[in-house]
Design a binder for this molecule. Sequence first.
Ligand code: GDP
Length: 662
Amino acid sequence: MATTRVYELAKEFGISSKEVMQRLRHYGFEIATHMSFVPSDGVERIRRDFAHTTGTQTVSAEQKLDLSSQKSAPSVRGRVSVPPVASIPVEEEGLVVTPMTVGEFAERTHVLLSDIIISLLRNSIAASKNQVISEEQVAWLAQKHGIKIRSKNVLPSTSAEPRSYGTRETVGGVKRQPVVVIVGHVDHGKTTLLDTIRKTHVASREKGGITQHLGAYEATTAHGAITFLDTPGHAAFSMIRSRGVQGADIAVLVVAADDGVKPQTVEALKIVQQSEIPLIVAINKIDKASTAQIESVKRQLTNYGVVPEEWGGQTSFVPISARLDTGVEALLEGIILQAEVMELQADLAAPVVGFILESHVEKGLGAVGTIVTRHGILSVGDYFIAGATEGRVTAMINAQGKRLQSLYPAIPAKIAGFSSMPHVGDELIVTSEKPERVSRMASQLGTERIRGMMVGTDTEKQIRLVIKADTASSLEAIMGSLGLIGEKLKHHIAVIYEGIGSITENDVVRAADAKAHLYGLHVKIEPNARQLARQRHIEVHVYDIIYRLLESIESLAEQERVVEKVSKKVGEAVVLKVFDIKKMGIIAGAQVKSGIFSRDGLVKIFRGKKLVGEGLIKSLQRDRKSVKEVHTGYECAFLVDNFEAWEEGDRVECYVQTLVTA
Ligand code: GDP
């Protein structure tokens, strides 16, 4: 019985699954994917083919091509055993190690082309002048010919080198692991799924290392590694998700079988479809759903153009129970298969482009951001721009708390060296020189930003907030959601200050001075701040769950709305006569043309179209008696504070303040 799978054979010989599949098919075996079992005679054929190779130096038949057939020269498949980093001379000045052609190597190092080709040949690598050689091969050649390597370009230590680069096959681009984002309606199980995968597929802390929260984690599966963007699980994070999707290769849409397609399912789907990234549907909570419900989810999704493979469509649907860890393995396999089909590649020679997942301030490191890059190798010492900030990489730390010199694409890591806090979702781009201060404002303010955010329509009331949160992504999520609350309640929500970290005395003072409400998410209140808050009668609202915080702000906005005063026009009159009454002042005698005139009213006086004055009614009379109000058609006389320049024919509008409750 066949027990060996394609990828296992590939691993055994340090070659790609693709090559194993091609060979097997060539020998007449039917092989569907890298996950397929290989019949024992197939295993033997492959073992025979590679019997003469060692783990680190693999020579395939094509490599023995002679140098004259260069036009169709295959990519370099030979693998060079790279000496330990310490033995390679490393200097400030020197060769920058990136994949390059053999010709470029010769040009940059002034080593004779023929010598290089011979060196490579001795290592069983047949390479022509125009052939691209990998970074490892460049480093190895440099060492062999006594060429100094630029210090910021130190090769990755083996521990820092990601697994997926173990089988480099195409030179210039290397295979990289997929970056996956999980989206879906609230409570459909996104967080549970991320937790389950983390528990079952992420090695817990390494010896001596501290597992870092990076806003992303790498899961190791039998078939390869996957990077999951670990965005928090509440609807409030849909904003981040929409950004997260841009940084991802594959989206997993979680739909709870017992609840079906919901508004946020559709919203998430739209974002994914706009981003044009492949989608896998995880139908969750099958432990408590009937087959009919599962089928119903499939049917519902077809309305949005998502058709299951078994119905002739393009999307794979995986039934899972995130809670019971059922089907999760199959989902991971599905992700890997999708990634294989996409042939995800990272161009290591390309300029580094990354994506900020998280940011916060860390003792000893200052503003740090966690990133996942798509291309290029980010090195300590690199200058970069990230949205409104910039900096130079002073340290890089991976999920195991290990310091890295170089960071490969698709691997999450924390980087230090930002001049101010980067925003979640911003792109990080490496620059060849020290960047200009991108935003003086950002750097002056350091880690905290002051922002006046106005949301809502033109009512006079405003809810002022001072908000502190543990991370920039939490803050971003709050800010995004406040926008929605403001719109929904047609209210001004003014965030007069937002910052990261504990609630301090300064925050209390800010809130007190601005008559603002003080809110915190996942933060502590410093003892002094607590005391000061008590003295200044400021209530400090701290929450651990974002939607509780949002609910509280929402109900605050609701309450304020109840007492909100709005000016409403209630009537209009025309001045017929003007009386100058001694000791009282100038009185307008007028007729109410529409609505009513009220003693509590505010009037606006128009001459033609021009507003000539306004004021509060001091006295309102009808038939020389003081009255509360005068109705349409009646004549009246009124005295207004601040205005006496009445003329016959003036048009007067009367307004009263009303309390709005809805
Ligand atoms: P999110 O809002 O999408 O992140 O959803 P959560 O992961 O917080 O899950 C919402 C609720 O559904 C929680 O009470 C979970 O325990 C529960 N849940 C998640 N996955 C499953 C599942 O597979 N089966 C069952 N029965 N409950 C689940």
